[in-house]
Design a protein around this ligand. Structure first.
Ligand code: ADP
Ligand code: MG
Length: 214
């Protein structure tokens, strides 16, 4: 079984911070079509703070639970808007069962993502089809739950990310039921939900890191 160490998680977070810089204008453009145009700005502020925090991390003594708790708290406290608290709770919850752990196997890793998405759903109270980031996450997790995690970790994760990307495409014809874009009503039709785009792209960072070690 594939084992993911702490370096994997730190490298992924640093890559997510790079992604947030690269995609800032793109995510913001999506959000200016149907929101208030700050999604990219929010995530770049948040992940910049995360990257800064990692510079002073005591790597040896920090377990995955406390690493992700710190990251989650930073996103929660530094980012305005809906997405900061939602992604913040993703990381906080993803690490909860990992006190004292400095590595996880691939199955535990997918459980971390499941736990994190549960936290987003709990906090945001959105359902499938509400035109939010959950429209990427939920179908992706469904695919992952039917995958051969033990024997085909990389293919499983590729299928997960591909389904998330498709889930983001599927937000385009929807009316928004949660978040700021609700007030647009039918004018939201024809526009991609920005959070669904950042969600699959952030999970794609894990995929890129996995490809380096599998
Ligand atoms: P805000 O909407 O407060 O300006 P952002 O622009 O950073 O915050 O994030 C908007 C994204 O957050 C949306 O595109 C959507 O995917 C996600 N979102 C908003 N509300 C919810 C919710 N209740 N549940 C899940 N995701 C949500
Ligand atoms: Mg916004």
């Amino acid at each position: 079984m594939l084992v993911l160490n702490k370096q994997f998680f730190v490298d992924s977070l640093l890559s997510m911070a790079e992604l947030a810089e690269e995609q800032r204008d793109h995510w913001t453009k999506l959000d200016s079509d149907i929101g208030d145009g700050d999604h990219g700005i929010n995530l770049s502020i948040g992940f910049r703070a995360v990257a800064k925090q990692l510079e002073t991390l005591d790597f040896e003594s920090t377990d995955i639970a406390s690493l992700y708790k710190k990251v989650g708290m930073t996103l929660l406290s530094k980012v305005g808007g809906a997405s900061g608290p939602l992604y913040g709770s993703f990381f906080m919850k993803a690490g909860t069962h990992l006190d004292g752990e400095h590595e996880v196997d691939f199955k535990q890793f997918t459980q971390m993502i499941q736990d994190g998405v549960d936290a987003i759903a709990f906090r945001g109270k959105a359902s499938l089809g509400d035109k939010t980031m959950l429209d990427a996450f939920l179908p992706g997790l469904e695919v992952l739950s039917h995958s051969d995690l033990e024997n085909e970790p990389l293919a499983s994760f590729e299928a997960f990310v591909a389904r998330m990307k498709l889930g983001s495409d599927e937000t385009i014809p929807l009316i928004c039921k949660k978040g700021r874009a609700v007030r647009l009503g039918e004018r939201a039709i024809g526009h991609r939900d920005p959070g669904s785009e950042s969600a699959w792209m952030l999970m794609n960072v894990y995929l890129e890191q996995l490809r380096k070690i599998v």
